[in-house]
Design a protein around this ligand. Structure first.
Ligand SMILES: Cc1cc2nc3c(=O)[nH]c(=O)nc-3n(C[C@H](O)[C@H](O)[C@H](O)COP(=O)(O)OP(=O)(O)OC[C@H]3O[C@@H](n4cnc5c(N)ncnc54)[C@H](O)[C@@H]3O)c2cc1C
Length: 178
């Protein structure tokens, strides 16, 4: 789930220069904070404001998922205030976006995944790409690369999907702690 809050002007905000920050404090539930101004000033229509993205990891139907939007926005603002990032009164606006099925599950019947792959690979003109398409923890780079390889295979008339399945097999995940 993502919750965006626009808060006080960038220069007065004391926001860190980072694009994103994983929040480690145990007494809040926010998992990751993005400062969109630091990704690119072009993402923010009014550069005098700070656009923050807050990510909450939850399950469909749990207490966070079912919190009404206005409550969720207040809850998130209070959490940011609690860890000293903002003053709650600085929040101008917020939007809650609930994104279901965001994380491919590598448990349960996942060990039988090869059976699905074998079946779908047998359909010549079907190319599975991306995150949910391949049920794999692909990031955006991986997802785009799989799409590019699929397009190249289609143009070449190649029905072998193995190069696509090889994406993100040995790669280190770029979010890993070094
Ligand atoms: C909370 C979160 C944070 C993330 N952070 C990062 C990050 O910081 N860096 C990074 O690299 N990656 C990140 N990712 C991963 C990244 O978002 C995915 O790897 C990437 O978006 C996958 O691209 P995709 O094209 O496979 O799928 P998507 O981007 O999900 O695109 C699939 C599209 O298909 C549409 N769709 C679905 N079903 C249908 C249908 N039946 N008909 C028509 N359209 C349909 C959907 O609406 C969607 O627009 C994050 C993911 C999540 C969930």
């Amino acid at each position: 789930m993502t919750q965006n809050a626009q808060s006080l002007s960038a220069d007065q905000s004391n926001m860190p220069p980072d694009n994103w920050i994983y929040i480690q404090e145990r007494d809040v539930r926010i998992g990751r904070l993005q400062v969109f101004n630091n990704w690119s000033p072009h993402l923010v229509s009014d550069p005098s404001k700070v656009w923050l993205g807050l990510e909450y990891f939850c399950q469909e139907g749990d207490d966070l998922w079912t919190k009404p939007d206005d409550e969720m926005i207040r809850f998130a603002a209070a959490e940011l205030a609690k860890i000293g990032m903002i003053d709650e009164s600085d929040v101008l606006d917020g939007t809650v976006i609930r994104v279901p099925k965001t994380y491919p599950a590598y448990f349960g019947s996942y060990s039988d995944f090869w059976k699905i792959r074998e079946f779908v690979d047998g359909i010549g003109n079907l190319f599975l790409v991306g995150r949910n398409g391949m049920h794999r923890y692909n990031n955006q780079d991986h997802s785009m690369l799989t799409a590019k390889l699929a397009a190249e295979a289609i143009v070449a008339g190649n029905k072998d999907k193995s190069a696509i399945w090889d994406v993100n097999v040995d790669d280190e995940y770029h979010e890993e702690k070094k």
